[in-house]
Design a protein around this ligand. Sequence first.
Ligand code: SF4
Length: 319
Amino acid sequence: KYFPLKRTITEFLTRKEQKFVKAVDDISFTIKKGETLGLVGESGSGKTTTGRMVLRLLEPTSGTIKINDIDITSLTSEELRKFRKKIQIIFQDPMAALNPYMKIGEAIRHALKIHKIGENYTEQKQIVYDIMERVNLKPAEQYYNRYPRDLSGGQRQRVVIARALVLKPEFIVADEAIAMLDVSVRSQLLKLMIDLKEEFNLTYLFITHDLATTKYICDRIAVMYLGKIVEIGTFEDIYRNPAHPYTKALISAVPEPDPKLKKQKIIPQGEVPNAVNPPKGCRFHPRCPYAMDICKIEEPQTIKLDEQHEVNCHLFNKK
Ligand code: SF4
């Protein structure tokens, strides 16, 4: 086990209602070394909070997050600095992630300076050139002195990827990393991320609201709804044999290129409820077409369907 996250809860105080909201409520999952786990759900499902907890950019209220058997929730700030070299995050908006007044080459070199990598300026610059070329910002010397505003959205995201990779991390949290890009650029960046994973032996937590993207990159998928993981399984489990009604609804919304393969569309009723006052019992019950009386009272437990496939739904309760 490379990365187990156990019974983790994260609460925030909302500005408007001044109430605690459990953005992530008692979730557990494990990521194996070299694998890509997709974390899928609508906005407000808790997937971004989960991604930030992994880097300890957010503190969980309770629970443990272990990486290579080290519980990162107990690291001191110096230990945390060293640990952050191994784990990097790629955010959705590269413009916001980059300093607009810093040349992109310097922005990448800055990461090396912080982590004291490279003997001197010349050596660091060469390391930056190499990684820039690898993410297709080439010739690197023509890009090094440009500012983020001089680049396209796709090129800026390549800079952010280069800045993450230059530290030779083991694990990358990609938080909607390609969501803001044009469709054609999106597929190029996705291919780049897949190639880099092989080359650098990376492990990914791939956060997305777009289930369709996961089919190209994810080995397993966890589906989140209102702070809970409602289903987790291999790519095949989730795509070919989805169990949870919410997963089925997400799958039915993925466009099918083959017109012969007609899918029945499942549309959940109503809007996503407010996370400050989540529904009792199963949180999906107000929108679920299969809701039963028990669903309104009792929270469903995790049920193992097979080796890697788990679901939280009363429909699978054999009692
Ligand atoms: Fe629907 Fe009940 Fe299953 Fe929730 S537990 S998804 S309400 S059937």
